[in-house]
Design a protein around this ligand. Sequence first.
Ligand SMILES: *Cc1c(COP(=O)(O)O)cnc(C)c1O
Length: 392
Amino acid sequence: MNREPTLDVRPPSQTIAFAAPLLGDEEFAASDTVLRSGWIASGPNVIALEKELSAYFGNRPTRVLTSETAALEVALQLLGIGSGDEVLIGAQTFFSSGNMVEKVGAKSVFVDVDLKSRNIDLADATRRLTSRTRAIIPTHYAGLACDMDALYAFARQHNVRVIEDAALAVGSSWRGKAIGSFGDIALFSFHPNKNITTIEGGALVCNDVADAKRVEVLRFHGISRLPDQTRDVDFPGGKFNMPDVNAAIGRAQLKKLDRFSARRRQLAHRYLANLGGVLPDELLPHRGHAGDEAGHSWNLFAIRLPLERIRATRPQIMESLRARMIATSVSYESPHLTTLFRSQGWKPGDLPNTELIANTTLTLPLHAGLSEADVDYVSAALASVLKEVDFR
Ligand SMILES: *Cc1c(COP(=O)(O)O)cnc(C)c1O
């Protein structure tokens, strides 16, 4: 272990971000055109983006919103989930899942994950089922699809709805089929750290046109139009419609998605090759499903640190990398151990794999704008930092 990779170690001229959007002339021109058009709130570009996303997702009904978090709130409302209901949540995820389940008045039931894939452990989900369980929210961690056959077999067997948190899986697939192109409800994020961006934004993909129409109502004040040209409200809806400027940027980004995904995969595989001699395999991220590695869209490259074998804490390692012009991040903390959920009785030890990952994970820079030299530089810097703290 800790054989130092012999790599190009050119120090960068500015800090290498752990995530960054890649915008070009197409996005600048598209937003300029919309800004000058006089119609900058939801308009023709929203409709066009929804059509283009729908085509990407196997012609399933698709609606865009101001964020995935908004889409999640709307999805829970669409399914009528609220007080008295329980929702299973794969715990290797962002805070938004638990937050939105609480916000609609339901109970969040966190489920542990597999240590290597970091995706939901369906055996643990089975143990946490009750007669009140209405839905399951699995996250496709880092862009690696959950085992979709097992997930949907579970949903059918236990009669629960699936809301896929596909924030990290824009461009991912399972056995050649795009995530979002099959299944129940899938939610995507277009935050700047995701594989394509609308600045802020998200999408909801479902199976029924009637559900998509209901999403339009729920995302805009609960308003529906009456035949006499007046409006009615039958639900206290939110205000989650995407502006046309954002949609125009998203349309330009969507055209680049396949190229971005291929680039991310190349860079991730370069990291794996570089770091193979630095960290033991169990601390490196999952490469992708056997025979289907191209299905991994690599939003994140998250290693685990061998903290019990080195003389340093994670903040110290992050600081050493920061001093070498490398930004890193923690994705994610244990959602069940936030103040919010500790107050409901969740405690350390409840989800051992999730907690081990949360305590040791470190996200290295990965985005479509990185060069091979950047990846080599980060790999060499990590090896040297670990060597300094006696990792061998
Ligand atoms: C980014 C992210 C979200 C939230 O997406 P927003 O569009 O910022 O609301 C939710 N879940 C996961 C796993 C994410 O990475």
